[in-house]
Design a protein around this ligand. Structure first.
Ligand code: AKG
Length: 282
């Protein structure tokens, strides 16, 4: 469960940080599972259905950028996605009927870990309402040197920030972000960050000698129904499952219009789209 202060922080700021949400032994089990999943993969030869590699490394390099859908494919992560303590916490925020949405493990390896640019998750997958969040679990001690998450507080009830250029979705915020407002979420391994789907967030490249692995699980209210199934978001929907309460019989609408992400080209991931955007290629 979250404390009253954490629930209050989520409601007012759009995120709450819960240190020691996982024990060290849970973290160790998750890391062991991830290590086994990526073992033997290289840039030149890897299972592209299960993972994305860091592009800037030799062909025999083993730095993985992201493991796809661990809560679907691996049992320890799967059990975490249904853990009572976690679902009780999400239920405190969004009520009793909950869908698990998708998962990923962002590895941000030492020295090569890629940048993630400012974005709001709901810009990628707009829903009929805003009751959507991601829980980010730090699996390493995390601070500014290895790419701690940066967040913009109190933006989750405002209109979606601009993510387009010349009408096309860029996968990143295209208006100015005032860094003076930014909060950095540092914390030891086992920290959980409950982040609203409209909270803008980003992280710097990892220039340190230690990785910053973050396991990310997304949930939403059962009556938050996707409004747009683009190439990446349609894939996510195949991992959706009811984890608490009842399936929705009706979609619930917030009443606001929402922007639909119009893609200029095919893209393979957030990293790919944001890179094309930086290079002016999308
Ligand atoms: O890994 C990070 O720092 C942020 C991850 C993120 O925002 C994403 O994968 O959508």
């Amino acid at each position: 469960m979250l404390t009253d202060d954490q629930v209050q922080a989520f409601r007012s700021d759009g995120f709450a940080v819960a240190e020691n949400f996982l024990t060290q032994s849970q973290v160790d089990d998750l890391l062991r599972e991830a290590d086994t999943a990526i073992e033997g993969n290289t840039l030149a030869s890897h299972d592209a259905q299960r993972m994305e590699m860091e592009p800037d490394q030799p062909t025999d390099g083993t730095a993985v950028r992201r493991l796809y859908e661990p809560c679907t494919y691996y049992p320890v992560s799967r059990a975490l996605s249904e853990m009572d303590k976690l679902l009780d916490s999400v239920a405190q925020l969004f009520g009793p009927d909950l869908l698990f949405h998708y998962s990923k493990l962002n590895m941000k390896p030492a020295k090569v870990g890629s940048v993630v640019e400012w974005h709001q998750d709901l810009s990628y997958y707009p829903m009929t309402n805003r009751d959507s969040l991601a829980v980010l679990f730090y699996l390493d001690d995390t601070d500014t040197t290895n790419g701690a998450l940066k967040l913009l507080p109190k933006r989750h009830e405002a209109p979606l920030m601009q993510h387009t250029r010349e009408g096309f979705f860029q996968g990143r915020v295209t208006e100015e972000v005032d860094e003076a407002d930014v909060e950095l979420a540092e914390g030891p391994a086992g920290t959980a960050i409950f982040m609203h789907g409209l909270t803008p967030h980003a992280s710097a490249p990892n220039t340190s000698g230690t990785p910053r692995r973050t396991l990310i699980l997304a949930y939403r209210a059962a009556d938050a129904i996707p409004l747009f199934l683009g190439p990446m978001t349609a894939k996510h929907e195949t991992h959706v499952r009811l984890v608490r309460g009842e399936q929705a019989r009706q979609a619930r609408f917030d009443g606001d219009g929402v922007s639909l992400p119009r893609y200029k080209d095919e893209v393979s991931s957030l990293y790919d789209l944001q890179k094309k955007s930086r290079e002016g290629k999308t």
